[in-house]
Each structure stands twice: as C-alpha cells, then as structure tokens.
Design a protein around this ligand. Sequence first.
Ligand code: GTP
Length: 654
Amino acid sequence: ALSSADARAELRAIHELAERSTGAALRKLEILQASMGETVPYALHRDMLRTEVWLREDAGQREQSYAVERKIRALALAHKDSATAARARLGEVRQLLDQHQADKAQAVLENIVAEVPVDAPPTVVASVDSVLGDVHNARARFDKALEAYLRALRQLEGMADAGDHRATLYGRIAHLYINTDHPEKAVETARQGVAETGAAATSIAALQLTEGIALIRLGRDGEGIIAFQQALVLAERAGLGGIEASIRGNIADYFLRQRDYMRAEDEARKALEVSTRVKDENLIIMAKANLGFALMGQGKMAQGEPYVDAVIVQLREAGAVADLEAMLDEKGRMQEAAGLHRNALATVREQQALQQRSARSARDRAIAALQEEFDASQRTRQIALLQRENVLKDAELASRRRAQWATGFAIVLTVLACAIVYVLYRRAARSNAQLQQLNRQLEYHSMRDPLTGLHNRRAFLEKMRTRSASKEDRRAGAASGTDCFVLMDIDHFKSINDRWGHAVGDAVLVEVARRLAAAVRDTDIVLRWGGEEFLVYAPATDPDHLAVLARRILDAVGSAPVDAQTCRVPVTLTAGVASLCAADIGEWEGAIRLADWALYQGKAQGRNQARIVSGMRAPVETVLAALDGAAGAASAEGLVEIVCVHGPSPDAPA
Ligand SMILES: Nc1nc2c(ncn2[C@@H]2O[C@H](COP(=O)(O)OP(=O)(O)OP(=O)(O)O)[C@@H](O)[C@H]2O)c(=O)[nH]1
C-alpha cells in the first residue's frame, strides 16, 4: 500500500493530468484508489472521492458522479464532518434539477442550508450558494439566482485555489444573462471567467460555449462559431464528453436556425453519438430533437418525426412544460413548412391543450415572479396560439377547397367531354346515314333514265364491264344459251313530236318503255339507249327463240295505239337483233354494231319490223371491217344471213 504522502503526490499528478485527459486521469485515480487498501485516512479518502466526483462530471458521467457524492456524504457523516456532508448532498439537488424537479430540489436545498455549520469553510458556503442559484434559475427567479451566484463569488474572492470555482460561477451568471435576454452582458461575463487564473479546461470550454451562444444571440454569428470551435477543440482534447455533446448540440441548433438542415443533421448525429456514450439523458434529448428537426427540415418527415415525438414524450413525462411547448411549436412550424397543414393544426391543438393545463396549474403560476405579468404573458401566448390555429385552419380549408374544386372541375370536364363525344357520335352516325342514302340516290339516278325509269346506257356499260371481268363464267354460260341484244328505234317519232307536241312524245316514250318491260322475261333488261332508242339485253337466250322474242316485242308495242292526253297515237318500232352465239362474235360491242346495222336495214325496208342476224357467211372480223368501210351497210349485205319478222299493222291514228 502507498503511504499517505505518496498518495497525496499522486492525487496532485492526477489533477494535472486531468487538464490534458479526463479519461486518463480517471483511470489513474481508479488505480490509486485500488492500491490504497482498507486503512485510508479520512481527509485523503474524502479528497480522492471529491476528485472522482468532478472527473466523472467532466467526463459526462453525471449519474456516477452523484453516486460518488452519496459515498462522500456517508463517509463524512461517519466522521462527523457536517460541512462536507452538507456539501456532498448538493449532488442530490443537482440530480433533481437534471430531472426537472425544481420544487423538490428547493426542498432538499433548504434542508442542506439548515445542515451547514456556522464555521463551515467559505468553499462549502460558496458551493451551497452556487447550487441555490441553480435552483432559483430553474424556477425562473433570475434575480434571486443572480444574487446567490454573486454571493458565492464574494465568498471565493482572493482565495488562491478557487480560480476554477469562480470561473464556473461566471459561467452560471453568463447563462443567467442569456436567459434574461442580456446577451451582451453574457459575453462580457463569460470572458471574465475565461480570464480567471486556475480555471480548468472544463470551465473554459463551458464558458466559451456560453460566449458563443450569446454572440449568436447578438447576431455576431462569425464570432459565435469561432467560440464554439475553440470550445470544441478544448473539449475534445480533454475528453469532456458532456461539454462536447452540448457544443455540438448548440452548433446543430445554429444550423437549424440557418435552415442548413444537412449540416444540422451532421452535427446532431455526432452530438447524439457522444451524448449516448456519456449517457447524459438531457443531452441525448437535445441531440434527438435537433436530429429530428434537421431531418424534417429536409422533408424526411417519416425519419425525423419519430425522434421529435420521442423527445416530446420524454419532456411530457418529465413535466418540462416550457421545453415541451417549444418543441411542439417547432414541430408545428416544420409541418406547416412541409405543407402538412392538417398535422400542423393537430400539433398546435396539442400545444394549446398543454398551454391551458399549464395556465391552470397553480404551481406553474408560482414560477412567474409577478402574477399579473404571468397572466399577461399567458394571455399573449394564448392569443398568439389562437392566431396560429386560425392561420393553419384557413390554410387547411383552402387546400381542401382547392382539392374539392379540382375534383369538381375534373368531373364537369369529364361529363362535358362525354356529352360532346356523344353528340359528335350521333351527328356522325346521322350524317353517315344521310350520306349513304344520298349515295344510294346518286347511284340510282346515275344508272336510271329519269323520264321512263328504265336503266340507261351507263347502267348497261357497267353491266357489260362486270360481265367482261368474268369471261370464264360467260364461256361456261355459252353452252346452254347465249346473250342477245335487241336494239329498237320508234318509227317516225319526230312527226309524233311535231304533230302532238313534246309532252305527248314523252308520254309515248314512257308507255313504250312500260310495254317493252312487260314483254320481256324478268331476267332480261330493258334500257333507254338514247332519245327514242331502246335496247333489250336478254342473257342466255336460245338462238331459235330470237324470232319469237322479236315478234313479242313488235306486238307489245304496235298492237294498240298509245293513249296520251286527248289523243290516241299509233306507235310502231323497228328492231335489229344480234346474239353472240348466232353471230359467233365473242364481244358485245360487235353484236351491238350488227344489231344497229340490222335496225338500219329495217328502217330502210319500210319500218315496223325486226331484222335478226341469224348467221354469217364470212369471219366476223371481215363483216365488222365491211361495216366500218366506206361502202358501209351496203357492202355487208351479202356477208350476213338475216331473218325478218314484221310487226302488226297499226290502227289508224285517232
Ligand atoms: N318528246 C321527246 N322527243 C324526243 C326525245 N328524245 C328524242 N326526241 C325526238 O325524237 C326525234 C327523232 O327523230 P329522228 O331521229 O329524225 O327519227 P324519226 O322521226 O323517229 O324517224 P325514223 O327514226 O327514221 O323512223 C327527234 O325529233 C328528237 O327531238 C324525248 O325524250 N322526248
């Protein structure tokens, strides 16, 4: 075991080492304590434990530090050292303040004050005053807190070893000035603390942190950030986990205010890591809140809100009304900024409920130094919250209305579009039907003779065109019969017109057409070939029946005069007949030309007759060439066999 003197020397070495590394100093202290054995003198034992208290506090191990304080108290009580016992109990008060139990802290402190002996050393009295200041500060009695801190400072004035204690008190006062909104005084006081000889690294880092906060409050951001960085260097070098987390928390808070959410997230994550390492619940809460808001600020609501909500739960449990309200306020604003008006409204409602509860609580009322001032500030806050609620309600309503309007508009548009499509469809269908009808009419008229209603020459040409398209069919048809063409011309039609007028002429044309249609088979087609010329196209007709057909036509037209208006008009016609088979012509154009030639012959031979081409004495090409030749009709005469059929003798004209 070490001697007491050696142990004292070792303890001093540990104090010096602590300036450079809290962790190393702690490890060395643990070794020293272990090597001391059972019989350690009281004063040495007490001083070793005191050293452990502040080393653990510096390392951010507050809970362990409070546990050591309890050990000191038990030891001091056993040795009837009431001053040390009273001072050691201050740890209990600080622990209660950490847990936001200011009332309980106040009660315990009153007991401690009663315990302090009248001849207690000034350091003990100063420590009590210092913690009393903390309690007043926590209860928002800032003037009383300032009084207590200044009293403690006076106690320590001129004391050689009290430089660090004084620096800590300057730090407390600077904090107080920040809380009472006097940042310029806070800067000044923090600098006074730093200048204090014998101030430990912890105190200096804490003072620089406070100075930084005050400078940023004053809008001197650049200087503030430099103060933060100096404090951070010191804290990291000496392994002051608690202060490091606190500094990083404040830097994160600064970036949050600057809306630089990425850097805020970065700092908050580091702060969370350090504060988790040193197990400081308050710093963990601060880091989580900053991280949550940094994420929400980047629009990562799903990631950020759980952090913020966890902090809200903890603050609610701890009854930290002011912090809780600030959290809810910030959360609401973040949600509002993200356009989540409904969520923001819910948060503001939560904030209002909290505010009403705190307003009702008589104990909270006591926190305010002046009752009226408190009420007035409560009213102002209530009004501000109501205004915010209204703004959010309006925004929520507006966005709902916009959504409704958009939906309504879309429905109207859809209905309108459907209606237009339907109308267009109906119109298109109608005009399609009209067009089809018109086309049918056009087709009908283009194929019909308007006077007689018979097919016209166009219809005949169309018929022949489609017939030519299937020559094979035609040849197959030629075995059982063949196509026959009867070309007719009313006799002396000009004189009918001349004698009875054009109207009678028209009536005669209509009646002749009717008689022709009645005289032929259903499969035959009667056409108006031209002015007073008609054509019967009789497909598949036996060549032996051509004379019968010709007679039937001549009889149908010539047997009775036509009754037209007031007159009876005797009518005869002359016909030329040619069939493809009999003439072995092959093409219909040739048959028509032969029929035309035969008709011409009939006219020349006295009219009212049909001349049928029954055979040919020369190849068809020769005959047709003869018809085209200069001698024409006359030269073809000897080349063609003709059968003649005469019509009935007409009645005398009426
Ligand atoms: N009323 C009436 N007359 C028509 C129509 N088409 C033609 N004509 C007349 O028919 C007459 C035909 O006369 P022509 O070609 O000289 O022959 P034609 O008097 O019949 O004497 P042939 O044919 O030699 O027996 C002309 O006077 C035409 O004006 C018509 O649609 N209506």
